[in-house]
Design a binder for this molecule. Structure first.
Ligand SMILES: Nc1ncnc2c1ncn2[C@@H]1O[C@H](COP(=O)(O)OP(=O)(O)O)[C@@H](O)[C@H]1O
Ligand SMILES: [Mg+2]
Length: 327
């Protein structure tokens, strides 16, 4: 499917590739196009070094979906890993003494054993992982957006995320089991001491819901009529190698890819300086390779985008790059 059809029909589109190749510019430009073609669009940046707001030329408060003024149907969001971690902590902390009104006595000491196990299970970057989990949960619950576009972080980082639904749901699954075990045990103890009826603790439910959304999101992400990953690259040898690896990983995770954007191409004009001429030659050699490998062998649709004289920023420029991407 051409990018245009993806933008008109899918539920999720993810833009990814090496740092600095033009992911944010292409994602933002595509989001504007989709919004202007009547799709209520949310664009989400998952790159911890956010630049979506800068690209759109607007202030985006962290973690808050912000409607873009002057563009109907477009909302942008830069995720805020820190805030999500705080939310999640309250769900994972199991503090039965506190529940029994004895928290002060033990200084709110957490449970040993299982709980220590759980902390040691926290992989590095769990805060970002959870932020992503929350996003997945969000896109799986009732909302008004027709299309969610992801402006992702540079390759390695994003790949970690794509494998995350499994990791996260395994992790949350363990948490759920643990909570159920401990919950029963301490519920009984507590009733013995306090003769109180079962207190409603909905954190288990919240975890279960989160887990189910992540599983659903995983299904959507692998379904070519719902999601497509658009690879952005530049015509350089290193980018070819990296794109090859990225495609392999996407296959491994079952993520559909149909379009590859080859960005920042020097145009053939007679007024090119010597420096630009040799860069153009280098690029053309690589472009031929890209066409052989990615178009002929792997049957991807290539979208060629020229290098602009100016920086690609804000509405007018994003619209201009959109003409090459889509029209
Ligand atoms: N085709 C292009 N022509 C000129 N400048 C470009 C082009 N594509 C991207 N840029 C510029 O390159 C820089 C990096 O682009 P960006 O979209 O932020 O990349 P990424 O999100 O992949 O890091 C930005 O300053 C952007 O304006
Ligand atoms: Mg970016």
């Amino acid at each position: 499917m051409e990018l245009r059809d993806l933008l008109l029909n899918l539920k999720i589109i993810m833009f990814g590739g090496k740092g600095g190749v033009g992911k944010t510019s292409c994602a933002a430009s595509s989001a504007i196009w989709a919004a202007e073609h009547g799709r209520n669009t949310l664009i989400i940046s998952t790159d911890p070094a956010h630049s979506l707001g800068d690209s759109l030329g607007v202030e985006l408060p962290p973690g808050i979906p912000t409607p873009i003024e002057d563009i109907d149907n477009l909302t942008a969001l830069e995720i805020n890993p820190k805030a999500n971690m705080e939310d999640f902590k309250s769900l994972t902390e199991i503090n039965p003494l506190e529940d029994m009104g004895m928290g002060d006595m033990m200084g709110g000491m957490p449970l040993l054993g299982d709980l220590e196990d759980l902390t040691s299970m926290n992989p590095p970057g769990i805060d970002e992982a959870l932020a992503f989990g929350k996003i997945l949960e969000f896109i799986e619950t009732e909302h008004d957006y027709d299309l969610v576009i992801f402006d992702t972080a540079p390759t390695g980082h994003t790949l970690r995320f794509l494998g995350l639904p499994e990791t996260l749901s395994g992790w949350i699954g363990k948490l759920i089991k643990m909570r159920m075990r401990l919950g029963k045990m301490f519920g009984a103890l507590k009733r013995m001491f306090t003769r109180e009826e079962k207190k409603t603790d909905n954190s288990l439910e919240v975890l279960e819901r989160l887990n189910q959304s992540i599983i659903n999101a995983r299904e959507d992400m692998t379904n070519p009529i719902k999601n497509s990953f658009v690879v952005v690259m530049i015509p350089e040898e290193m980018a070819i190698l990296e794109t090859g690896r990225l495609l392999n990983e996407l296959i491994k995770y079952d993520i559909p890819v149909s379009n590859i954007i080859v960005n920042q191409l020097y145009q053939d004009t007679t007024e090119l300086c010597d420096f630009c001429k040799s860069r153009r030659e280098m690029q053309q050699k690589n472009l031929t390779k890209i066409q052989e490998i990615f178009r002929e062998k792997l049957h991807k649709i290539l979208i060629e985008v020229p290098l602009f004289k100016e920086e690609i920023r804000e509405y007018e420029k994003l619209k201009e790059i959109g003409e090459y991407l889509i029209e």
